[in-house]
Design a protein around this ligand. Structure first.
Ligand SMILES: Cc1cc2nc3c(=O)[nH]c(=O)nc-3n(C[C@H](O)[C@H](O)[C@H](O)COP(=O)(O)O)c2cc1C
Length: 206
């Protein structure tokens, strides 16, 4: 039995290219793992707040000593981390917004990257605590960033690989739906290629 977590961050709902591919991936995974539990965290519909004073103070305050505001801020962080810890495969829909992931996804990351819960510090340096999970990143963009002149402007894939690796998630596949704004058939070609690549990665061991 596998637990699947779908982290959505496109505000375009069913018109979203990354969501279209991600939903197809989740559906394939459900067939592959009968009885799989799917949890959907829609960051566009329910954006986590930016981390603020209560969150930062709550990080270094024991649960008993926290103010009610700090307790509330930490409760959301705990909930998001619990969802992540419970998952085996995490599928991310990530539209490119100004060369990086949407701010809602960044806010989610700020809630889940927490010392003592998803990473720890030791004499050997930081260590990710979320081992044995697989992440699939569905990255959508108007232009092409996997190669060519715009490659240096891609702050989606390097950033997401870095932060996921930091918390221990190193088994990462990337499915790009890129060039959706390139020419009249850009979107069509991008979706077809992403669909084909997603089938390819799903045929590999999970
Ligand atoms: C606010 C905003 C910023 C965007 N910034 C970029 C960008 O920097 N580079 C790019 O290639 N496309 C950019 N786009 C286009 C989106 O990446 C593209 O529409 C993509 O399909 C969005 O993913 P989705 O279809 O899953 O929502 C931007 C779109 C929006 C709405």
């Amino acid at each position: 039995m596998k637990n699947l977590l779908l982290i959505q961050s496109s505000p375009r709902g069913l018109g979203s290219f990354s969501q279209k591919i991600a939903l197809s991936i989740v559906s394939d995974l459900e067939q592959r793992y009968p009885g799989a539990e799917v949890v959907v965290r829609d960051l566009a519909q329910n954006p986590p707040p930016h981390v603020g004073k209560a969150f930062v103070a709550g990080l270094s305050t024991g649960p008993e000593q926290r103010t009610s505001e700090q307790t509330k801020a930490m409760a959301l962080s705990d909930l998001l981390i619990d969802e992540l810890i419970a998952s085996d495969v995490i599928v991310f829909t990530v539209p490119m917004h100004n060369f990086g992931p949407p701010s809602t996804l960044k806010a989610w990351i700020d809630h889940i990257a927490r010392a003592g819960r998803t990473f720890s510090y030791s004499e050997k340096g930081p260590e990710g605590l979320l081992k044995g999970k697989r992440a699939i990143l569905v990255l959508a963009s108007g232009g092409v960033y996997s190669d060519g002149p715009a490659k240096p402007f891609d702050f989606q894939e390097p950033y997401l690989r870095t932060i996921l690796g930091f918390i221990g998630i190193t088994d990462i596949d990337v499915v790009r739906v890129e060039g959706v704004a390139v020419g009249a058939t850009g979107a069509e070609k991008a979706v077809a290629s992403a669909m084909a690549w997603s089938k390819e990665i799903l045929s590999q061991a999970a």
